[in-house]
Design a protein around this ligand. Structure first.
Ligand code: SAH
Length: 242
């Protein structure tokens, strides 16, 4: 039997509240795509890291009622926060990066515009990225979906990571790394550029914000390859991929 289907809902005040309505997109998906029925066991995720098991008690036209039967702490979340800052990419490549970063245990994603970035962002695209994050979180059995934010410039993006212990800046024109990415301890932020890469000026700005440049080797990787590779490397160095 396949694992119970998972759905994101607003914060659940359990145990005071044991009856929860599933509405909107999550309801439509449950009803029309997953064909959830009365009596089906489901899992509700409220973004707190908890997983609520529930039984579908009633299906109405625009919502369904679920009765919570128990709660556990999700055990698939990373123990150390990892923040990915990625330049906005063309087509659906930013969606690809969000999906893979979520699977690799990233806790937060920031998408930014920069000097050589030619992709644009709008509310719809951002909402779509958030949806991709939620869907990826469900698929890989996480109990939290990484939040996705957009920054209109690199500086704002860098400033949003001020509190992180390790600050890494993947820079395609560096010949060697200024930080040892194989030995990381503590909350980590990593920046990857868009298809156009970074300017020298942006590299200097990143250093002023406390970032260390890292090289990912002799070859120039596509932005989405670099983003996925660096998420995996950071997760490995933090001991998250055991
Ligand atoms: N257009 C640029 C390449 C951009 S690659 C050029 O032709 O030089 C997109 C992003 O992926 C870069 O900004 C960087 O963050 C990352 N990246 C790609 N290859 C890299 C490498 N060898 N080392 C470090 N970062 C790399």
């Amino acid at each position: 039997m396949s694992a119970p289907k998972r759905f994101f809902v607003d914060k659940i005040n359990y145990p005071e509240v044991t009856k929860v309505y599933l509405e909107g997109e999550e309801f439509i998906h449950a009803k029309t795509v997953l064909r959830v029925e009365t009596g089906t066991e489901i899992v509700l995720l409220d973004g707190s890291g908890k997983e609520f098991s529930a039984i579908v008690a009633d299906i109405e036209k625009k919502r369904l009622l679920a009765h919570i039967t128990g709660v556990i702490d999700g055990d698939k979340e990373p123990t150390t926060p990892v923040y990915l800052l990625c330049g906005a990419l063309k087509g659906d490549k930013t969606e690809f990066v969000v999906q893979k970063a979520c699977e690799l245990g990233v806790s937060k994603i920031g998408v930014f515009s920069s000097d050589y970035c030619s992709a644009y962002m709008n509310e719809n695209k951002l909402e779509r990225l958030r949806k991709v994050s939620r869907e990826a979180a469900k698929q890989c059995l996480r109990s939290r979906a990484p939040e996705v934010e957009y920054f209109n410039g690199l500086e704002e993006a860098l400033a949003s990571a001020a509190e992180y212990e390790n600050k890494l800046f993947a820079c395609e024109f560096l010949h060697s790394s200024e930080a040892d990415i194989s030995k990381l301890d503590g909350a980590t932020v990593v920046v990857v550029g868009s298809e156009g890469g970074f300017s020298e000026r942006e590299y200097e700005v990143a250093k002023q914000h406390g970032f260390s440049g890292i090289s990912l080797g002799k070859r120039i990787l596509r932005a989405e390859t670099a983003a996925v590779a660096v998420c995996a490397l950071v997760a490995f160095a933090l001991g998250e991929l055991k």
